[in-house]
Design a binder for this molecule. Structure first.
Ligand code: NDP
Length: 396
């Protein structure tokens, strides 16, 4: 019997619940809890219609540790899957420690008042999870998540030494809105407007936001402008891939998206410092979020495909080797299957597979783990079965 408690009923949470419901032999019982119960109720109905399964739902403010502890004690899950926002990570980890339950998430902790992406806060939980004999799996989405597993797969099966990694994330989907973000607007805009950063020869190199671009010829999608950004998996991969010389992350943006973002930044709408408005404090970015389309509403309108992969370069048997490992995902197919667009889908499926790895004992350990710390083979096998098949192209 493996009961899972999923916290966060947003775009990603909906996919995780639908995908877990498709695998009753592993996820024997499912409880979905979130801040707004009505969102859980909508997902509950959709899961019932699509899979015939009943799930339990609950209201929780996951920033309130005693409330989350009480929920975990009542629900008695084997694992808590955190797909709320990065701000909740430490609170939910605290609740897991107190109740003795394993933990999984898809994004590293960020303090709400500072756009600072790093694993430090969560890696600091290492000793506490170990002492309690518990496992925490960090970043089990696509990027981070599958990209880390692709690197582990490359290291295990294709390279003696990996020297260069470029992670490339392209979304060629069109939702028909003048401007919208494909996942939580606040988190997305904080990430995109932050300084760029990559790792080379043991040092972090900072760049002005979106100031470096390349045209990359993506399989299926063709050439797209990809912009260098900082992304959290760079931190763990730079530490964990031995012999690495450089690792960078690139994401595509349409000219239209960038133009809107520039104007919003110029007028101060993306700020995270509170300002006074009509006698009360508001955070401009949170106000902007309230105006933008809800990412969960984009599913029915989005057409086109995503392609996310890792270009890895190094040495095998004394010879240079370069390859691209990737997935192509179709927005409309995702919508048909689970009622969500591909960005939520590509995050939610790996969260379900990570949970499956932990619950079936394929991935076990005590302490805090990044995805590349674990054997990539069983995870790669499940990607092919559960909707995110991968391909690899040998370039050199
Ligand atoms: P959404 O904003 O759509 O959903 C977040 C959900 O969490 C909402 O339902 C929200 O509740 C709920 N929530 C927020 N605060 C709390 C709280 N204090 N207590 C309980 N529930 C809360 O976001 P997404 O689904 O797009 O993203 C979910 C996570 O996935 C994020 O952490 C994001 O960074 C991560 N992600 C990871 C990716 C990867 O590849 N690794 C890619 C994309 C996203 P309410 O409905 O009340 O607002």
């Amino acid at each position: 019997m493996s009961k899972v408690l999923i916290i966060g009923a947003g775009g990603v949470g909906s996919v995780v619940v639908h995908k877990c419901a498709q695998v009753p032999e592993v996820f024997t019982e499912i409880c979905l809890a979130s801040r707004t119960l009505a969102r859980c109720e909508n997902i509950r109905k959709s899961v019932k219609e699509r899979t015939g399964r009943d799930i339990e739902i609950a209201q929780v403010d996951a920033d309130n540790v005693p409330e989350t502890v009480a929920l975990i004690r009542r629900v008695k899950p084997k694992l808590v899957v955190n797909v709320a926002l990065p701000y909740q990570d430490l609170h939910i980890m605290d609740a897991c420690l107190e109740t003795g339950v394993d933990y999984l998430d898809t994004a590293n902790y960020e303090p709400p008042d500072e756009a600072k992406f790093c694993y430090k806060w969560q890696w600091d939980y290492q000793a506490r999870f170990k002492e309690k004999g518990l496992m925490a799996l960090l970043g089990s989405g696509f990027d981070p998540g599958v990209t880390n597993v692709y690197c582990a797969h490359a290291a295990k099966h294709h390279f003696d030494e990996i020297h260069y990694v470029d992670i490339l994330d392209a979304n060629a989907g069109d939702h028909g809105h003048p401007f919208a973000t494909n996942f939580n607007p606040e988190i997305n805009i904080r990430e995109v407007t932050a300084k760029g950063k990559y790792w080379e020869n043991g040092e972090w190199v900072e760049t002005a936001p979106l100031s470096i671009k390349q045209s990359y010829d993506f399989p299926v999608l063709g050439p797209k402008n990809a912009y260098l950004m900082y992304h959290e998996e760079l931190e763990s991969l730079a530490k964990n891939i031995k012999g690495l010389k450089r690792i960078r992350f690139w994401m595509t943006f349409s000219d239209n998206y960038l133009k809107h973002l520039e104007v919003l930044q110029n007028v101060g709408m993306t700020g995270i410092e509170p300002i006074m408005f009509e006698g009360r404090e508001i955070v401009p970015l949170q106000f902007l979020k309230a105006l933008l389309p809800d990412p969960a509403s984009l599913g029915s309108r989005t057409k086109g495909k995503t392609c996310i992969g890792c270009e890895v370069e190094g040495i095998k048997n004394g010879k240079p080797r370069k390859m691209f490992i990737y997935n192509v995902c179709d927005h409309e197919e995702c919508y048909r299957e689970v009622g969500s667009q591909a960005i939520s889908y590509t995050t939610g499926v790996p969260a379900m597979i990570g949970a499956m790895m932990m619950l079936t004992g394929k991935w076990r350990g005590t302490g805090v783990f990044n995805m590349e710390d674990l054997d990539p083979d069983p995870f790669m096998e499940k990607l092919n079965i559960h909707g995110l098949p991968w391909l690899e192209k040998i370039l050199v």
